[in-house]
Design a protein around this ligand. Structure first.
Ligand code: GRF
Length: 207
């Protein structure tokens, strides 16, 4: 059984997609052992509690120094002894010590086709604003492993989504979530849970 901890910052629709996929048998061999938010009022925490999942907030605002927050977050995650950490809309840059403690055991969902529209500053609506500003006709989402860079780890799954002339950033964000994120994040977890993922020379393959 793959034990996963999900880190969130907002509404938690990706968390909900994981919860639903486990319930529907689309993700097998997996248990969500904890949800951690950096924001106290994140609706994702309510979603977790509604499903009987242990949920807590660890906010950088509650610590004087960034290093103290980093340690607290690592400690909280360690308590769950997870096999995989899933970043599902988590808007905090991950502490280096966490990435080092869990090599190839952290995945992130990013709302574009990496390497386009990723890296510093590309999060949330900014990604979709940039896609529209460039006039792209196709965008999408990417699940990738997390390394010490920003959005730079091995790519695990991607799905393309059409951009429409009438799109606003909000409409495009919603379509990318519905048509890509909510599908490929559960698929990625299921593949990892069932031993179908290999990483070799920084290339991740699902077989
Ligand atoms: C998603 O678009 C995700 O890709 C991005 O933030 C959003 C989170 O949405 N990083 P939710 O909290 O899962 O609803």
């Amino acid at each position: 059984m793959l034990k996963i901890v999900v880190l969130v910052s907002g509404g938690g629709t990706n968390l909900q997609a994981i919860i639903d996929s486990i319930r529907l048998g689309r993700i097998t061999n997996t248990e969500i052992v904890g949800v951690i938010s950096n924001k106290k009022d994140a609706y994702a925490l309510e979603r977790a509690k509604d499903h009987g999942i242990d949920a807590q907030c660890i906010s950088p605002k509650d610590y004087e120094k960034r290093e103290e927050f980093d340690q607290a977050l690592l400690h909280a995650i360690d308590q769950y002894q997870p096999d995989l950490i899933v970043l599902a809309g988590y808007l905090v840059i991950l502490p280096k010590l966490l990435v080092e403690a869990y090599p190839n055991k952290i995945i992130n969902i990013h709302p574009s086709l990496i390497p386009s529209f990723c890296g510093a500053g590309f999060y949330g609506l900014h990604v979709h604003e940039a896609v529209l500003a460039r006039g792209n006709k196709v965008t999408g989402a990417t699940v990738h492993f997390v390394d010490e860079g920003t959005d730079s780890g091995p790519i695990l799954l991607q799905k393309a989504v059409c951009v429409k002339a009438t799109d606003t950033p909000e409409i495009l964000q919603r379509r990318v979530m519905e048509e890509a994120e909510w599908l490929i994040l559960p698929q990625a977890i299921d593949a990892i849970a069932n031993g179908r993922v290999q990483i070799k020379n920084n290339i991740a393959t699902i077989f």
